[in-house]
Design a protein around this ligand. Structure first.
Ligand code: 4AD
Ligand code: MG
Length: 437
């Protein structure tokens, strides 16, 4: 008796196999029963004849509600009409646990209810599809960077200081009255490892104590951050293009079935190919102001501000590909950004805005190289000098132009899937007011 997974059934047509899983759904008509089983790799319809199995098995299956743990043994038959293309003619079955009253039924449930039952909701077809897309996105990210000569450098999660501003730090008690903070970004450490290895990346959980209750914000999210020594803002933009298009191509290649479940318009993903339009912040502001004059935007955007979600959506709606907005006012960007040598009020930073309202998926740019400049910035941003002394060493010993970016995995997955909210793109989301389950 060979045990097989549902996604391998095509190799076993005409053979007798055992499938172990859970009841997804059951239809019955007196002498016939059609339990659909899922096993994590897929769903298969089983056919049980009352006369084809022992009476106690028929009885046990009759009372095996949704999510009962059931194994079946039977012959695999190809059937075009069956969901998945195969059916199992059941000769024997084992009911490990009979379940009644599974909370998530095929009827509609509210979001809060589903979020409270996230540990069970993960079994639903749509969640299953989204998390398989995530799996592919993560693999695509790693494969792309590894093949491109980037070296993985895991950066610490417990850190002594802020990277992306002091207002979104999660504080932790360390030892002997010392405070530590959960990392907002591995970038500063990446700058050290890039000077040691050339091209590096870190990929891990990052934390932002952001009181933003939006469809794009988590308090714990996964970020991949490549960093390159001897590189500029232009290099970061070229890398972003190649990086995002390789992810989209991989999702299209591996996840057609899941994209179908999600009813994703795949032409949107096919459009993600280089080159991406590059727009200076100044010109993006003009686009917003013209939009206001045409009555498409309510408020007039003033030069100098950071874009909000509606601004990003408006700008990206003018393109069918991701758009790279670069050279922001230095005042809205982080302390470590290099200034444009031609315009000291601008930072050599770039945000890659995804189409369809997904907003900023990548943020990055060129880093300041001057020791004096960074000493000045630490003061201006009121950052504790002693916690950054090691970072300043990087400007004392072999300081070179270097650059990199960070991409939030969940925002990328939401975009690939074409789904409304980022909360469905990670198995157990952490958000403002959501720490459970
Ligand atoms: O733009 P951010 O804050 O940039 C940095 O942290 C840089 N240090 C990265 C670097 O240059 N190495 O964040 C980068 C990306 C954003 O573009 C977004 O995709 C994601 O991280 N991100 C979030 N994703 C989910 N929830 C949040 N609260 C996020 N904040 C940022
Ligand atoms: Mg950003």
């Amino acid at each position: 008796m060979q045990k097989v997974y549902i996604n391998q059934l095509s190799r076993h047509v005409g053979e007798e196999v055992t499938v172990e899983g859970w009841v997804y759904n059951t239809r019955s008509s007196g002498k016939l029963m059609f339990p659909q089983l899922r096993d994590g790799t897929g769903v298969v319809q089983c056919v049980v004849f009352k006369k084809g199995v022992a009476p106690e098995i028929w009885e046990a299956l009759s009372h095996a509600g949704q999510e009962s743990a059931v194994a079946v043994r039977g012959n695999v038959r190809a059937d075009e009409r069956a969901p998945g293309g195969f059916e199992i003619d059941v000769a024997d079955a084992r009911v490990t646990q009979q379940v009644e009253g599974y909370p998530i039924t095929p009827k509609e449930h509210g979001t809060e209810f589903l979020m409270d039952h996230r540990h069970l909701w993960l079994r639903s077809r749509r969640q299953h599809a989204i998390l398989l897309v995530r799996h592919t996105v993560v693999n695509a990210v790693r494969d792309f960077l590894n093949r491109d000569g980037f070296v993985l450098m895991d950066t610490p999660i417990l850190t002594p200081a802020a990277c992306e501003g002091t207002t979104t730090l999660f504080e932790v008690d360390y030892f002997d009255d010392e405070k530590a903070y959960l990392s907002q970004s591995g970038q500063l450490y990446n700058e050290a490892t890039a000077a040691a290895f050339g091209k590096v990346y870190c990929f891990g959980p990052t934390f932002r104590a952001e009181r933003s209750k939006t469809r794009r914000h988590l308090t714990e999210f996964w970020m991949v951050e490549p960093e390159m020594a001897y590189a500029t803002l232009d290099d970061v933009m070229s890398l972003s293009e190649r990086f995002l298009s390789s992810i989209a191509a991989r999702v299209l290649e591996e996840r057609q079935e899941e994209l179908k479940v999600l009813e994703r318009d795949t032409s949107k993903l096919e459009a993600i190919v280089p080159p991406f339009p590059r727009v200076q912040y100044d010109d993006a502001v003009k686009m917003l102001q013209e939009g206001h004059e045409r009555g498409e935007i309510e408020n007039r955007f003033e030069w100098g501000g950071d874009f909000g979600a509606p601004d990003e959506t408006y700008i990206s709606s003018k393109f069918d590909k991701p758009v790279m907005v670069h050279r922001y006012p230095a005042t809205v960007k982080a302390f470590y950004m290099k200034r444009d040598p031609e315009r000291d009020d601008l930072a050599l930073g770039v945000d890659v805005l995804a189409p369809e309202g997904y907003g900023e998926v990548i943020g990055g740019g060129e880093r300041a190289t001057s020791l004096e400049f960074l000493e000045e910035q630490l003061k201006l941003h009121e950052l504790p000098r002693e916690a950054f002394e090691w970072y300043l060493d990087l400007r004392r010993y072999g300081s070179v132009p270097h650059a990199g970016f960070g991409m939030g995995i969940e925002r990328c997955v939401a975009w690939m899937c074409g789904i409304e909210h980022i909360r469905e793109t990670i198995p157990f989301p952490r958000m403002l007011y959501r720490l459970r389950p």
